[in-house]
Design a protein around this ligand. Structure first.
Ligand code: GLA
Length: 387
């Protein structure tokens, strides 16, 4: 369906030509637990969704690159011979521009091309719309221009683009999850070694429910970089006593014995979150394997309060959404997901309580915040692919 529409619109915008149009899809992701620890060398537990970014692409005979999307009126173009830089005026197309620059920097030969995107991840919702655009573009260019880069190299390229071209010093979780996602599974990823395993999401009688606060992230990006710096400062303190590369290299016990080496309160709180969150991920995955969903849910909720109180990346709207969710008897876990400062919460809710959850949480959320919530049941899908 979406592919047919994309094809018709592509031809309407760019015209008919002999060259084939190719189609790709990359999902968004929701992180179940393990927040703000990918850049601290910890474990994360995300899964890919069935919503994401669609891309139709066709080579051009010249060296011009044209971008359009069905989501906004903005279109842009540039020549491959120009210096490619991040330009605020170009909005969302800075993501694919950054990827094209990365291919050129690797001396992979490109020709001109027309690109048309369509995304159905709500913008600024913390479900990784930017990683999804980056990864779908990298995957498509690699396929179209015979780049011969493996999936992990494409993930790293997308992460570097986000860090260096876009300027958000993110970890690898989002790009990894949208590339490597697998239907009905979450990915337990060690962000230090990049070892990963798929864990089947057997949630007998329960659903993953995503609640969008519709509070956009706003200052999120600058606050994000501030958190990575605070973690670095905490790490430096601990390195006076311990030979470690990342905060998540140590267990809570070792941390408790050495935390006195962190001499400022804020970095100490950030480190406390990171080290205990890493421990929660390991416990949560064990609980899931043992079918102990109650324990899994409790760890999710503990993660939220740690992100709120110690890491300080929640906000009023996210907290209200979590509080209201936890008032429903069938909710066994609720937390903010993604970078924070707005966006979505993720919840585990019993099938029998889904209707009550939807009506009660949205009504009380509206009453308390003046905002309309969007509540959906997550459907866990595959990673980036040709369609
Ligand atoms: C954003 C970043 C990720 C990760 C999360 C928080 O989504 O892109 O790398 O740090 O925030 O867990």
């Amino acid at each position: 369906m979406i592919k047919n529409k994309l094809k018709a619109d592509f031809i309407q915008i760019y015209g008919e030509r002999e060259e084939d149009i190719r189609f790709y899809f990359s999902p968004g992701r929701v992180n179940l637990i393990g927040e703000h620890i990918d850049y601290n060398g910890g474990f994360v537990f995300p899964c890919a969704l069935d919503i994401g970014t669609y891309l139709a692409i066709r080579k051009r005979p010249d060296n011009e690159v044209h971008f359009a999307t069905l989501n906004f009126p903005l279109t842009t173009h540039f020549k491959l011979s120009e210096t490619i830089h991040n330009d605020m005026k170009h909005g969302w197309s800075n993501y694919p521009k950054g990827i094209i620059k990365a291919f050129l920097d690797l001396n992979i030969e490109l020709s001109g091309m027309d690109l048309l995107y369509f995304g159905n991840i709500p913008n600024g919702s913390g479900l990784s719309s930017s990683a999804s655009i980056e990864v779908v573009t990298a995957f498509a260019l690699n396929d179209l221009f015979h780049g011969r880069l493996g999936l992990l190299s494409l993930v790293e390229m997308a992460q570097d683009t986000e860090c260096d071209f876009i300027g958000v010093k993110c970890g690898i979780m989002d790009q990894f999850a949208v590339a490597f996602g697998k239907e009905k599974s979450a990915i337990l990823l060690n962000c230090d070694t990049l070892d990963y395993v798929y864990v089947p999401l057997n949630l007998d009688g329960y659903r993953i429910v995503i609640c969008n606060t519709n509070k956009q992230r706003g200052l999120g990006d600058s606050k994000y970089n501030e958190r990575t710096q605070e973690c670095e400062s905490a790490l430096k303190g601990l390195q006076k006593a311990l030979e470690i590369n990342y905060l998540c290299d140590i267990t809570p016990e070792i941390f408790e014995a050495h935390k006195g080496f962190i001499d400022q309160a804020i970095p100490l709180n950030r480190a406390t979150h990171a080290i205990y969150e890493n421990d929660r991920v390991k416990k949560a995955v064990e609980a899931l394997k043992e079918n102990n969903l109650e324990a899994f849910g409790q760890l999710m909720t503990a993660s939220h309060y740690s992100l709120k109180n110690l890491y300080e990346v929640s906000c009023f709207e996210l907290d209200v959404m979590v509080e209201e969710a936890l008032k429903i008897k069938g909710t066994i876990g609720a937390r903010m997901t993604g970078a924070g400062f707005g966006g979505c919460t993720v919840n585990i809710v019993s099938d029998a309580f889904i209707d009550e959850f939807k009506s009660s949480v949205s009504a009380h959320y509206l009453e308390r915040t003046g905002l309309k919530a969007d509540i959906t049941i997550a459907s866990v899908g595959d990673g980036v692919k040709i369609i």
